[in-house]
Write a protein of this length. Structure first.
Length: 290
């Protein structure tokens, strides 16, 4: 599907000025350029054109309210000065998987004073010596580069991670409280007598319990084991772009389900969601292995 037709479908009887979020992933651009997008989309805050074959952003219209721009998995190699002119209020820019080879290509981004997050994952420029240090020097306004800040702390793109950390902290606190209570309840002089009686009882049933407890421990360990890839997928599904694509998929499924006769399918929306999630997964796995 070409980009013009995709934009027409995404409008769904709305005027361009009513649209705040626009996802055009996996459609076809015209000769590597944006088409069908005009400055009538004056309220647009989020634009995604992942994997549409772009080689240039020269045709990007004036979008003063645009804050987040997804341009990953295209063939862009330069011309980024257009972004500062047309989208002066950008805060998040994803250029991962493009043909960016050197720092001079991203130097025009200096003019994007509000830019906080830049993603260049899977671009050749990331192979340069002292890549991260030099990008942060070149673009001092940045907080996150490729999903991590200067201290290598990951950007808070998922509530799931904070939730898991919170659970771990609670478990540690509970263990400490239990240990303190045990120490306080134990009276001096009583421990030796109680231990002597308990040792006799424990020795009698120790051999029988060993086999049973060993099996139970193995079962508990198996239950506790979670595939790291599953965890990463769940985290990625909570990122903003995945949430956008999933909402589009769910809206499409609702439309199709409400009609008795329709030719509409949700294949494109499904592919968009899977592509967004898998791109995020690849990014996180790469950072874990580096």
């Amino acid at each position: 599907m070409d980009m013009k037709k995709r934009i027409h479908l995404e409008l769904r009887n709305r005027t361009p000025s009513d649209v705040k979020e626009l996802v055009l992933d996996n459609c076809r651009s015209n000769e590597g350029k944006i088409e069908g997008l005009t400055d009538e989309f004056e309220e647009l805050e989020f634009l995604s054109t992942i994997n549409v074959g772009l080689t240039s952003v020269a045709n990007l219209p004036k979008l003063n309210k645009l804050k987040k721009l997804e341009l990953s998995d295209n063939r862009i190699s330069g011309g980024l000065e257009v972004l500062a002119e047309r989208c002066p209020n950008l805060t998040h820019l994803n250029l991962s998987g493009n043909k960016i080879k050197d720092l001079s290509t991203i130097e025009p981004l200096k003019k994007l004073e509000n830019l906080k997050s830049l993603d260049l994952f899977n671009c050749e420029v990331t192979n340069l010596n002292d890549y991260r240090e030099n990008v942060f020097k070149l673009l001092p306004q940045l907080t996150y580069l490729d999903g991590y800040d200067k201290e290598d702390k990951e950007a808070p793109d998922s509530d799931a991670e904070a939730y898991v950390e919170g659970l771990d902290d609670d478990d540690d606190d509970e263990d400490e409280v239990e240990e303190e209570e045990y120490d306080e309840d134990a009276a001096p002089g009583e421990e030796d007598e109680e231990e002597g009686e308990e040792e006799e009882d424990e020795e009698e049933g120790e051999e029988e319990e060993e086999d049973i407890s060993g099996e139970e421990e193995e079962e508990e360990e198996e239950e506790d084991m979670v595939d790291p890839l599953t965890t990463i997928r769940e985290q990625c599904e909570q990122t903003e772009h995945c949430v956008h694509t999933r909402e589009r998929l769910e809206a499409c499924e609702t439309r199709v389900g409400s009609r008795s006769h329709t030719e509409e399918e949700c294949t494109e929306e499904l592919f968009d969601f899977l592509h967004a999630r898998d791109h995020c997964v690849a990014h996180k796995v790469f950072n874990l292995l580096k």
